[in-house]
Ligand binder design. Structure first.
Ligand SMILES: C[S@@+](CC[C@H](N)C(=O)[O-])C[C@H]1O[C@@H](n2cnc3c(N)ncnc32)[C@H](O)[C@@H]1O
Length: 254
């Protein structure tokens, strides 16, 4: 059964992975949070698109004048507002907004961030001030490729063009300058097979989902025999290995 991206995330209504035991080795020196810090000062106004339960903004974003976190899932924004109340921060607000139908003011933000979510660079360009930055981190077609291969399916598995290239071209076409596309290579080691399974159940890695088919999610139960085969073939002394492939984009509005 297919479900929309909106319903998929609304059903989850939280996006924390604190209960999953894994370690990461990062092989590239482009770090999303560091890029945000590099361009932020105490007067900066930041818009975080697809903010989910707001935990990234609350825990990892730098101190600045204002942060607005948005998501099209009302349930995610309710979670974000609960997390905000606990944090006691008063420079942050969360509200419902569709990234593809933005209603933020023109020429207002110094930085727009978008981590693992869809974007429309033309609308982002309008809401950024001149001199502002767009910082994107995305999940690329080749993410978890060996795992997807063994299952014969997964996020962006059948895409004709990797999402990183689609985003890169869209950012340039929107008028941004100094556009950089950086492949990010991360290796994760999951402590137990239950930890890896928890990741696969929570995320769309093995789902039939693609921006090429409107981001509709086709959830398929994870076949235990295929999963066990992957675990047997990828168990190392550090844990069960999962090779991730993300991408980063930074772009400047002149
Ligand atoms: C994979 S989660 C990433 C959350 C967070 N940015 C992070 O990095 O942990 C994707 C989030 O984007 C939101 N999202 C997806 N499509 C969206 C859209 N068109 N407009 C607004 N939010 C969207 C989902 O509801 C979900 O909360």
């Amino acid at each position: 059964m297919k479900i929309s991206e909106h319903d998929y995330y609304s059903k989850l209504a939280n996006w924390t992975f604190d209960d999953i035991n894994f370690e990461s080795e990062i092989y590239t020196n482009w770090i999303y949070e560091d890029e945000i810090k590099k361009h932020t000062n105490s007067n900066s106004k930041i818009l975080d698109l697809g903010t989910a339960d707001g935990m990234k903004v609350l825990k990892r974003f730098p101190e600045c004048a204002e942060i607005v976190g948005t998501d099209f899932s009302e349930q995610m924004i309710e979670s974000a507002n609960r997390n905000l109340a606990i944090s006691g921060k008063n420079n942050i607000t969360f509200r419902v907004m569709d990234n593809l139908n933005m209603n933020t003011p023109d020429d207002y933000f110094d930085i727009v961030t978008a981590r693992h979510t869809v974007t429309d660079p033309k609308q982002i360009y309008k809401t950024l001030k001149s001199g502002g930055y767009l910082i994107i981190r995305g999940v690329d077609k080749l993410d978890c490729w060996q795992l997807k291969k063994i299952f014969g399916r997964g996020q962006a598995y059948n895409d004709t063009k990797p999402i990183s290239l689609i985003d890169y071209e869209a950012v340039i076409d929107a008028g941004f300058k100094d556009v950089e596309l950086i492949p990010l290579h991360v290796v994760e080691y999951y402590k137990t097979k239950e930890d890896l399974l928890a990741l696969l159940v929570k995320t769309p890695i093995l789902d039939e989902v693609s921006e090429e088919n409107n981001n509709e999610y086709e959830r398929i139960a994870i076949e235990p025999n295929i999963f066990n085969k992957y675990v047997a073939e990828n168990t190392t002394p550090k844990g069960i290995k999962l090779i991730r492939r993300y991408y980063g984009i930074t772009a400047f509005k002149k």
